[in-house]
Design a protein around this ligand. Structure first.
Ligand code: GUN
Length: 292
């Protein structure tokens, strides 16, 4: 069994990005600039956004954090998006999700200029990704594809089972694993209603677990030699930790790991790669790589 080290891979990629930024700026080019909008004080969102700002520093990007209390109106948030769309210094920006209930998330996502949508959530980016055109690909699926590639894991023609059908992970992951230029796999998507979920998993060469159910994937669901990618990051209460919780994946790691050829740990697997992919997208936005 080989552990897939997302943390080390992300650190290496961020160093590569920093080198490229240095070269761009040495030639008089513009420093890439990512803005992040954070509404409210959700613990998970605070951590993610803090880590995104730190990653910008590691890459040599400029970053701007815009904070609002959770009583901000939809109109005010739309006005902020409009301002960022028009700000020529901002190459890309994200609005951290989830948003408070009184704000229509989809409306906010669709208000973002798709050329600055480094999260890859705008329908134009989602649609272009689905038909294999250059675009911003959402960060978690892109991070997973990058990990599989960097570890030389063969995916072409393999049977890949994806657990979960979210817009952010499950659906785009299925699209990418299916496409010839990325996974080139035979893809099955299972979710909470799937009657044959266990059987599908047992037949899989690659399982990508993104259902948000701690330790859902057990050893009896995994065939010998399978590749396991764990996207789960549920905060499970743990009195022995200073934070009061521990991050728990969708895979029962201790019993599943011995059966695998490759497995991602939680934490230190997919998580760091997600932020690193956002940095890749921001660099591409700065270089106007996909859209003028
Ligand atoms: N919330 C959880 N993951 C993400 C992400 O990748 N981007 C944004 N904007 N919000 C999130």
């Amino acid at each position: 069994m080989q552990l897939i080290d997302g943390k080390a891979t992300a650190t290496a990629i961020k160093a590569e990005i920093a080198e490229e930024v240095k070269a761009i700026m040495a030639k008089g080019g513009k420093q890439p600039h990512l803005a992040a909008v954070l509404v409210g004080h959700d613990g998970g969102s605070e951590t993610y956004v803090k880590n995104k700002v730190l990653a910008c520093e590691a890459c040599g990007f400029k970053s701007t954090l815009i904070r609002y209390e959770d009583d901000i109106t939809e109109e005010e948030l739309l006005a902020c998006v409009d301002k960022l769309n028009k700000d020529d210094d901002v190459d890309g920006f994200i609005v951290q999700l989830p948003l408070p209930k009184h704000i229509d998330e989809q409306k906010i996502i669709e208000a973002i200029d798709y050329r600055k949508d480094v999260d890859g959530f705008h329908p134009i980016n989602v649609g272009r990704m689905a038909i294999g055109l250059p675009c911003f690909i959402s960060a978690t699926p892109l991070g997973i594809i990058t990990l599989l590639k960097r570890y030389g894991i063969e995916t072409s023609g393999k049977k890949c089972v994806i657990l979960g059908r979210s817009n952010i992970v499950g659906k785009p992951m299925a699209q990418l694993m299916m496409q010839k230029q990325y996974g080139d796999s035979t893809v099955t998507v299972c979710h909470s209603r799937s009657k044959t979920l266990k059987e599908e998993c047992r037949a899989a060469d690659i399982i990508i677990a993104a259902i948000g159910s701690p330790e859902f994937v057990t050893a009896d669901m995994v065939k010998d030699g399978a590749v396991i990618v764990d996207v789960g990051t549920t905060r499970v209460p743990d009195a022995t930790r200073k934070s009061g919780f521990r991050l728990t994946g969708d895979v029962k790691f201790d019993e599943v790991a011995p059966k695998c050829s490759f497995i991602t740990p939680v934490p230190g697997g997919v998580g760091p790669m997600t932020i690193c992919s956002l940095m890749k997208n921001t660099l591409a936005a700065g270089k106007k790589e996909y859209y003028k």
